[in-house]
Design a protein around this ligand. Structure first.
Ligand code: ADP
Length: 444
């Protein structure tokens, strides 16, 4: 119902009252007094309505407004409607909030709403089960004060909202949680914790299995290689077919032994503790040594150049870095045709410390690039068969780099060449000759 404009009617009433008062005044000879009395009457009615209005507003729960007339009836009606609309909206919001809480509580993951500095504002039932939060005791507390696992603290301080961290639950160390933090709205974050205990156990089983099986393969492989070598050295070496079979056995057992070595190294990288990078490694000297080894492997078929900052060092693990860099340099030799050029670069810029291997080799089709660091992933091209790699080299590189908070960028153009760029955080760099480690000669 539309409320019509009450002002004309109100003005008419007042005018009528004054007219009647004037007429009575004229008849009785007391015009001023009659008008005054009429105004007092009018004012009294207004004050009475005002008092009723105030009382009605105060007793907000009363549904219908008190009966009144004219302007006041319209006012009451206005307020009554506003109040009803407000009440309905509040009920709708409460219902929405109730449904949201119900669905958040039904979620199998723990969810915690965090404010700007990590203060916990709200959480669902699973958060109480996984993280041991208690309502309302912990409301407003900072999550960093309650959940102090070092991995989680580092993750929170780091602010890597694209990644996740795996940590045991503070209530039960056998319950493994994967925690993500998603920023939303203004200075708000949503923490989501998922139970990944089963996945974690499977992953540990897989790692143990690979580590054990590769370790067990080592002894029989050494025996096969030894026997093949002894047989090939015997004077009465037998027929040409026999010799060819022996060569095949040697070749394949060498390949298997490279595979076993790579798998063992990978499982060490996956399971080993991350060592603190206290010693600055003399990467320049290491790369010089690798360039010499690459020249030997190339047999003079490639031009191998060094473009390195000799004074630049890196805090890291000498053996792991050598494995990674060696894989990149050896790959450049393997996948660059004769007369090609390979440049090994070592420098620092504003963003990162770079170890780059640039070659003018076969290149890699773009759709393979995202998958190159997967285990056993090899680009299916005519060049691979001859080189007989394991498909684990770049996986090793990726693991070593992630243990140094570094990343690998690969740029490549088919038949033009590739650039493998390792980017380390500048904070890991060091200058000067003091305390440098020697360029190790251990095999990759
Ligand atoms: P592999 O033992 O096969 O060399 P990697 O993991 O080291 O295994 O490399 C994976 C694949 O990436 C290789 O099979 C090769 O096809 C491709 N690749 C690696 N480095 C280069 C490079 N410098 N130029 C062209 N292709 C490369």
């Amino acid at each position: 119902m539309r409320i019509s404009n009450p002002w004309p009617a109100a003005a008419m009433r007042l005018a009528l009252l004054l007219l009647i008062a004037a007429l009575i005044g004229l008849a009785s000879g007391y015009v001023t007094l009659a008008l005054l009395l009429a105004l007092v009457l009018f004012l009294g009615v207004q004050i009475r309505s005002l008092v009723r209005f105030e009382r009605w507003l105060r007793q907000g729960r009363q549904l219908r407004p008190p009966r009144s007339e004219g302007l006041w009836a319209t006012l009451f009606e206005h307020f009554y409607r506003l109040q009803r609309r407000h009440r309905e909206r509040r009920q709708r919001l409460a219902e929405l909030l109730r449904r949201f809480k119900e669905s958040a509580n039904a979620m199998p993951d723990a969810t915690v709403v965090l404010r700007g500095m990590g203060e916990m504002q709200w959480w669902n039932a699973m958060a109480e089960r996984y993280l041991g939060l208690e309502w309302p005791r912990d409301q407003g507390q900072r999550i960093a004060n309650l959940f102090r696992h070092p991995f989680f603290s580092e993750f929170l301080a780091h602010g890597d909202w694209y990644g996740s961290v795996k940590v045991p639950s503070p209530l039960d160390e056998h319950l493994i949680l994967e925690i993500r933090i998603v920023p939303y709205g203004q200075e708000r974050k949503l923490l989501v914790a998922r139970d990944v205990t089963r996945l974690h156990r499977l992953e540990v089983m897989r790692r143990d299995f690979v580590a054990n099986i590769t370790h067990e393969l080592r002894t029989p492989l050494t025996v096969i290689q030894g026997v093949a070598e002894t047989l090939s050295e015997q004077e009465e070496a037998g027929s040409e077919d026999f010799q060819r079979s022996l060569e095949l056995i040697q070749e394949q057992s060498q390949r298997m032994s490279r595979l076993v070595d790579d798998l063992l190294l990978l499982s060490r990288l996956e399971t080993g503790e991350r060592k603190s990078a206290a010693v600055p490694v003399d990467v320049a000297a290491m790369l010089e040594a690798l360039a010499v080894e690459a020249s030997a492997l190339s047999g003079g078929r490639h031009r191998i150049e060094l473009d390195i900052d000799r004074d630049l060092k890196l805090h890291g693990d000498q053996t792991e870095l050598r494995s990674a860099f060696s894989n990149l340099v050896v790959n450049a030799v393997k996948y660059t045709p004769a007369d090609g050029r390979i440049v090994i670069r070592w420098f620092v810029d504003d963003d990162a410390v770079h170890m780059q291997v640039v070659d003018t080799g076969f290149g890699i089709p773009p759709h393979h690039l995202p998958r190159l660091t997967e285990r056993f992933y090899r680009v299916d091209s005519g060049h691979n068969d001859a080189t007989a790699g394991t498909g684990l080299g770049l996986t090793i590189v990726k693991h070593v780099l992630s243990r140094h908070d570094a990343r690998l960028e690969i740029r490549s153009q088919l038949n033009k060449g590739s650039t493998f760029d390792c980017l380390f955080p500048v904070k890991l760099s060091a200058r000067g000759l003091a305390a440098s480690a020697s360029p190790g000669t251990s095999s990759p």
